[in-house]
Design a protein around this ligand. Structure first.
Ligand code: SAM
Length: 330
């Protein structure tokens, strides 16, 4: 790639601003059997091959520096330590973007609607899909922002991340649970599914299946925050990750996430499932792209929509369905 770029663009790539379609390194260096949940070995040369095919020599250099055994399998302990370190740095993003407060702006009215319009007296269960180090669940537990009748559960397929989330919660004396596994295969049903920074990891049919799993579950609603696809998002992500992240993997994947972010239309199309009403809160068409960072896609059972809008009060005007985006620029 570098050889094909005009000279001025070399400079851009040299400081770490990628110009090629992105894969995220963190997605490639761990693998889990989706049925058993057991970790699978990952060959370093295979990860390098995929990144090189994608034209991402910077990512190739990052992966080439990771330790592997004589059998070429990446050292799982070193990978775990690295992912915990990068996610620890990543928590700063959640703090600075006030992700807890922004989630509660939506979840508060959502639980008000569930309490008033379903006849279900609780307790309710919030499940954070792909909770990583559990920043959101721990923040909700510290603040008790949703009320004592909402149980807080973080779930992740990555044992190292969710294990660290549990360790932090115990050290902080918090009333919440962390579970290693598939968030859609829990023995107890969720009332509401949430996530932060997860949607862009699901591509194509996997994104549709993500929403199908929730529509088919007994949950009343979901609320998934992810990076908004705007022209300025990759540059904003690059500035933030240069300033606040230390490890090159975190810097690389942070910008890759912004480049891979789904458009509003892609999310609403993928979320269109019978039995659930898919909505966007503060979508790109209604928001200033310089201020938009993360925005949620929300799904509610149709009989809850009116109560949810009522509980949102004036903020209900920020909520739009697919019909409002018809004809919007992609
Ligand atoms: C980028 S991390 C998100 C981290 C975290 N939400 C945060 O904001 O820091 C995405 C995580 O989603 C997890 N994941 C993906 N699908 C999942 C599923 N069905 N159940 C549980 N975890 C899942 C992956 O293991 C990965 O750790």
């Amino acid at each position: 790639m570098r050889g094909r770029l005009p000279g001025r663009l070399h400079l851009v790539e040299d400081v770490g601003f990628p110009l090629v379609p992105q894969l995220e390194i963190s997605d490639l260096i761990t693998a889990v059997d989706p049925h058993s949940g057991h970790r699978l070995p990952v060959r370093r040369s295979e990860v390098i091959r995929q990144l090189r095919e994608n034209g991402d020599e910077r990512a190739v250099r990052i992966v080439a520096a990771l330790p592997a055994g004589p059998d070429d399998v990446l050292d799982p302990h070193a990978v775990d330590r690295l992912l915990v370190r990068v996610h620890t740095e990543l928590q700063r993003l959640s703090e600075e973007l006030r992700l807890g407060e922004r989630m509660v702006d939506v979840l508060g009215p959502l639980f008000t609607a569930i309490r008033s319009a379903t006849g279900d007296s609780g307790p309710y269960r919030l499940v954070d899909v792909g909770c990583g180090l559990g920043y959101l669940v721990r923040w909700l537990a510290v603040t008790n922002a949703l009320g004592a009748d909402v149980e807080l559960v973080g779930v992740d397929l990555n044992a190292a991340l969710v294990g660290e989330a549990g360790r932090l919660a115990r050290a902080e004396g918090l009333d919440c649970a962390f579970v290693h596994g598939n968030a859609f295969a829990l023995p107890e049903a969720a009332t509401v599914y949430v996530s932060t920074g997860v949607l862009h990891h699901f591509r194509g049919s996997a994104l549709t299946e993500f929403f199908q799993a929730q529509a088919a579950s007994p949950a009343y609603a979901y609320c998934h925050f992810d990076i908004a696809r705007t022209p300025v998002a990759p540059l904003g992500a690059w500035i933030f990750h240069r300033a606040r992240m230390r490890h090159p993997l975190g810097r690389h994947d942070g910008v890759a996430s912004a480049l891979r972010a789904h458009s509003d239309e892609t999310l609403l199309r993928a979320a269109a499932e019978p039995g659930i009403r898919a909505l966007l809160y503060e979508p790109r068409a209604t928001a200033n792209p310089f201020c938009t960072t993360l925005r949620p896609v929300i799904g509610v059972r149709p009989h809850l929509e009116a109560a949810f809008r009522q509980a949102l009060k004036r903020d209900a005007r920020r909520l739009v369905g697919p019909e409002h985006l018809a004809g919007a620029a992609r």
